[in-house]
Design a protein around this ligand. Structure first.
Ligand code: FNR
Length: 388
């Protein structure tokens, strides 16, 4: 990693905006049988059939991008500072003017209805109950109005796959505005639906034949500019993976850059998301907030992202795990454990709030795990069913 110049980049990156200080309360943990994240994963695995498990954990073709997401995070060690008063820690932040208990958004996930009662409604309610942001996928039931009703107080954003012409897109944006969504997101790394071999090998064909898929492949920067000019809603581009496209996004009026390789589910042999982040932070230069996702499964992962200049971290598969394990309470519990991990990490780094954190707390290091979707959970056992 040193050869890639990442040390110098991390050392110079500073969190741009001072983040809001809020009263520092110990998290109120709900009464729950789950004490660790891997216990939730084991429960989810027990409850899910093989098809749904593979749909969640799988990626495109060789799944190299999936593994690189973990490898990129695991290749960073911390440089902790000591003898600072860390008796009060504030892990909260603000996004789009709204306070959040953690700098986390539930990433858009399609098809939650296959394994979670209430689907997107349960995820949004968990986000509302815990106090983080939620982004609803346009291919997740029960649809944008019902989810808005289920979680009226949550910071809700709406993500669209473009399956129609400009009139169709405008109608979706108008519905999102009317339903009180705080931002509109176009996912732009899905010109083609990838070859997910775990699904294909079982003849479990999910989205190849969705009507209107060709509109997603035709998208270009003119569509982004048109949308931005027509609607006042903050616009997010999800799937930005180069500095060049981050700059183009800003030139076309995009308000928030969402760094993502779709959790390794689209382009195979992409870079790990955390390896992409430094060049995006440098290109954006503090002109727009940055969301990142891809392999962020632990509190330490969230801390690494913020130290490297991200503002919000998206949680994809772990959201599915929490919901599959125990519905809305399972997801809230997962967030509580993540929060405990974040707070513990910040305190052990000698940091009491996000504005004190920067790239000087990060250092390249050899990964101890070869990289796997669940590589962050070495204590998973393989007693009953395979996790791999
Ligand atoms: C996704 N993702 C996704 N992204 C998107 O923009 N729209 C969508 O409908 C979906 N659907 C979806 C389904 C499932 C089951 C998963 C796991 C993921 C991608 C998601 O938003 C996010 O980019 C990744 O999941 C982040 O990586 P991790 O956290 O899963 O490693």
């Amino acid at each position: 990693m040193a050869a890639r110049g990442i040390v110098a980049i991390y050392a110079t990156i500073r969190v741009q905006e001072p983040r809001a200080h809020q009263p520092c309360d110990e998290a109120t943990m709900t009464v729950s049988p789950f004490l660790t994240l891997h216990e939730l994963i084991k429960k989810a695995r027990q409850k899910l059939n093989h098809d749904n498990w593979d749909y969640i954990v799988g990626g495109a073709e060789t799944e190299t991008t999936v593994r690189r997401n973990r490898l990129a995070l695991d290749s960073i060690a911390f440089r902790p500072r000591v003898l600072r008063d860390v008796s009060r820690i504030d892990a909260s932040t603000k996004f789009l003017g709204r306070p959040l208990r953690l700098p986390v958004v539930l990433a858009p996930v399609g098809g939650l209805e296959h394994f979670a009662t209430e689907a997107g409604g349960a995820a949004a309610k968990a986000a509302e109950e815990f106090g983080i942001a939620h982004m609803l996928s346009s291919v997740c039931l029960p649809g944008l109005e019902a989810v808005a009703q289920a979680a009226p107080e949550a910071l809700r954003m709406y993500q669209l796959y473009v399956h129609g012409d400009a009139g169709w897109v405008d109608a979706m944006a108008e519905r999102a505005l009317a339903a009180g969504y705080a931002a509109f997101c176009l996912t732009v790394d899905t010109a083609f639906y990838s070859r997910r071999e775990r699904d294909l090998a079982k003849r479990n064909i999910r989205r190849d034949n969705v009507p209107g898929r060709e509109f997603q492949a035709r998208l270009d920067w003119n569509d982004v500019a048109r949308l931005k000019a027509k609607f006042a809603l903050p616009l997010i581009l999800k799937g930005v993976a180069t500095a060049e496209d981050a700059k183009l996004a800003l030139e076309h009026g995009v308000d928030i850059i969402y760094v993502s390789n779709h959790g390794g589910r689209q382009l195979d042999h992409g870079r790990g998301a955390m390896d992409i982040l430094p060049e995006i932070v440098a290109a954006v230069g503090g002109r727009a907030p940055i969301i990142i996702d891809g392999g962020f499964n632990r509190g330490t992962d969230i801390v690494k992202a913020l130290a490297a200049g991200a503002d919000l971290v998206g949680i994809g598969r772990m959201q599915c795990v929490g919901l599959a394990a125990d519905g809305q309470p399972g997801l809230v519990r997962l967030l509580e454990i993540l929060e405990q991990e974040v707070r513990t990490c910040l305190g052990l780094l000698g940091v009491t709030c996000w504005s004190e954190l920067d790239g000087s707390y990060l250092h390249p290091a050899p990964a101890v795990d070869p990289g796997h979707t669940l590589g962050a959970f070495p204590l998973l056992t393989l007693e009953e069913k395979s996790f791999y």
